[in-house]
Design a protein around this ligand. Structure first.
Ligand code: GLC
Length: 636
């Protein structure tokens, strides 16, 4: 049963699709302190807290503090309180006791202190104490996540080719660079369905433009790649270059579709193109207009997009830059002591994504002008919604792949997400896995991370180990930052192993896509913690580095360097598959309990539950070549 309670007077978010009449009586479970703007919830020793979607640390969120306020954080670590997304959903799982879920529907900042200050207490602080609070009481954990989906709508399903492998890199400069990547993959015999175009494809980083110099005949190039079985997936950024003569800027300005300052003047900030304006995607008309701006790329044959910098990320605003210059001049007057030295550093580092800047602009939303920070968490969702609604108007929503960096519950209906700028850390393989579980809980099924790590120079073994998990994530993409070491699969000595893993992915796509569409259709989970299936098993409840794919397979990726295997906990008897390729594997039935399982660098582990059939299909180098023919079926 799902009940709605209202605190204050919340600004609508668009997350909820099923209207519920507010329930009688006070909000259960929580102790509200309206003066402090908090809700408190006692946690006992056994309690586990799930949810929050894309956040750092484990699947059990207990013990840390999270701030749901979408943030561009390219150097995130275990200490980062905010990432690109805000999914305000939690489950308090009380083994043997009363378990419930809760969704806080509000577009502003919320801080979740989940036993960080006091291990026995969860304190939720709202910047504005206004929210619709939905309480879900069901008799199982998957029942609770299904109830959230009934409230907020079905999950997005991309076209099946989106399950193919995609190669990306910030730094492919021109058509020849892209051709060279396609050639190298072809030569190595590694399947490839997409090559991503990062900001370098644009003319001066202007959205919806393509550099004529670097891509002289773009539509012809799109179709040349398509005949090779490869789709090009361009990036779209939130900021529109402020340059008179650039049609998107001119039209948006003329129609008043960009965000404004309180006095009605233009709000200007800076991102990749230099000075930009932000489309007011919260305004229905502006959103429709921005969505229609994707048309020239669609007309050129593009069938998929990734929306970026839509927290929105702001490098600086001219006003704030002036303030900082002023302060620097003050610092200049005296010799820098320890305090002033760090003061200077902080003041320069605080230029980007400065919270003050988020209070400088307004949206025309919900019939009034609303200051951005009050609805901050909606921006990425609404930018992506702009695209999705435009695709729907063209009748191509189900043929178009779409994912975004910033997100909010509700966006799961029209788009997937990727988890932003991770790093070439082994620990980020584990983070990827843990985020996948939490994202599935909040309805984001089409998700994935930058395989190999976005930031920093990666290593071949890290990319391979990450790929061994990535072949199971719906979005399967290798992406890296500019100025980092090349990390395409063919760059490393174990190219054969990369080929084998990618072949395995393709042979599994019919199975994976079925698990995915089943989860989407029935409000289920694509990936989930073991406790969702074995809630009464204390060991399963404590397992954070193994994950269920659907309900029948368990994954236990290796995420430590130089490891040649790992410990695995089996809640029940399972069949362990150790795969080197689609035709080279061994199988072993293992009893319930603890095992050390060998997994050499080029081996991936899959654990099957009893009654499972796992087919490998005849596949080729592209998703379109996968056939109904089954080359092998693993049975247990
Ligand atoms: C952001 C994105 C990253 C992209 C870069 C350049 O950092 O998260 O994926 O490569 O911008 O566009």
């Amino acid at each position: 049963m799902t009940k709605r309670y209202r605190i204050g007077n919340p600004i609508p978010t668009g997350a909820v699709v099923t209207e519920l009449v507010p329930a009688e009586g006070p909000l259960p479970y929580f102790t509200a302190d309206p003066a402090a703007g908090t809700l408190a919830l006692a946690l006992n020793d056994e309690d586990i807290v799930y949810g929050l979607g894309e956040t750092v640390r484990g699947i059990n969120k207990r013990g840390f503090i999270y701030v749901n306020y979408n943030a561009d954080n390219p150097h995130h670590t275990e200490l980062s309180r905010s990432l690109y997304a805000s999914q305000n959903f939690l489950i308090r799982f009380r083994p043997g006791g009363k378990t419930f879920g809760v969704y806080f529907d509000t577009p502003g900042k919320i801080t979740f202190d989940i036993g960080f200050t006091d291990y026995g207490n969860m304190l939720i602080s709202f910047e504005d104490f206004d929210a619709d609070v939905y309480i879900f009481e069901e008799d199982s954990l998957p029942g609770i996540t299904a109830a959230l989906r009934r409230l907020t709508g079905k999950s997005y399903v991309p076209p099946v080719w989106a399950f193919g492998f995609g190669q990306s890199r910030w730094g492919y400069r021109n058509a020849d660079d892209v051709r060279a990547i396609a050639d190298a993959y072809e030569k190595a015999g590694i399947p490839l369905d997409m090559i991503y175009l990062d900001i370098d494809y644009m003319e001066d980083y202007k959205d919806f433009t393509v550099s004529r110099e670097r891509f002289p005949d773009f539509p012809a190039f799109v179709s040349e790649m398509k005949t090779r079985g490869i789709r090009l997936i361009p990036i779209i950024d939130a900021g529109v270059k402020a340059e008179p003569g650039y049609p998107v800027f001119d039209e948006g300005t003329e129609k008043g579709y960009f965000c404004k300052c309180e006095d009605g003047s233009d709000f200007i900030a800076a991102v990749w193109p230099g000075l930009v304006r932000l489309p007011d995607v919260l305004n229905d008309k502006a959103r429709a207009w921005f969505g229609d701006c994707y048309a020239p790329l669609l007309d050129a044959g593009i069938e998929g997009f990734w929306n970026d910098m839509n927290e929105p990320a702001l490098f600086y605003t001219p006003e704030h830059l002036d303030e900082v210059y002023g302060k620097i001049r003050d610092y200049e007057k005296e010799e820098l002591g320890i305090r002033s030295f760090f003061g200077l550093l902080d003041c320069v580092n605080g230029l980007s994504n400065n919270p003050e800047d988020l209070r400088r602009f307004f949206h025309s939303y919900d019939g009034r002008m609303i200051r951005h920070d009050k609805v901050h968490n909606l921006y990425g969702f609404y930018m992506t919604r702009a695209a999705a609604e435009a695709f729907a108007r063209r009748g191509i929503a189900d043929q178009t792949m779409l994912f975004s960096r910033s997100s909010f519950i509700g966006m799961h209906r029209c788009s997937g997400l990727w988890t932003g700028d991770n790093s070439a850390f082994f620990s980020h393989i584990l983070l990827n896995m843990q985020q996948m579980a939490s994202l599935s809980m909040t309805g984001f099924l089409f998700a994935g991370a930058d395989i190999g790590g976005f930031g920093g120079d990666t290593t071949g073994d890290l990319v391979l180990r990450w790929t061994e998990f990535g072949i199971f994530t719906p979005l399967f993409r290798n992406h890296a930052a500019h100025n980092t070491r090349d990390q395409e699969f063919f760059r490393f000595p174990f190219t054969e192993a990369f080929k084998n893993m990618t072949d395995l992915r393709y042979a599994l796509i019919p199975y994976l896509f079925r698990v995915f569409t089943d989860a989407a259709e029935h409000d289920g989970l694509y990936m989930q913690p073991l406790s969702f299936l074995w809630p009464d098993d204390p060991r399963a409840r404590g397992t954070e580095d193994q994950i269920m794919l659907g309900t029948d397979l368990m994954l236990a990726p290796v995420y430590t360097q130089n490891a040649r295997g790992r410990f695995v906990y089996l809640p029940e008897e399972m069949k362990c598959l150790r795969l080197r390729s689609i035709s080279d594997f061994d199988e072993e039935i293992l009893p319930a309990g603890d095992h050390w399982v060998r997994a050499e660098l080029a081996e991936v582990l899959i654990f099957m539950r009893k009654g499972t059939k796992l087919p490998l299909h005849q596949a080729g180098r592209h998703v379109s070549e996968i056939t109904d023919e089954i080359i092998h079926t693993f049975c247990f």
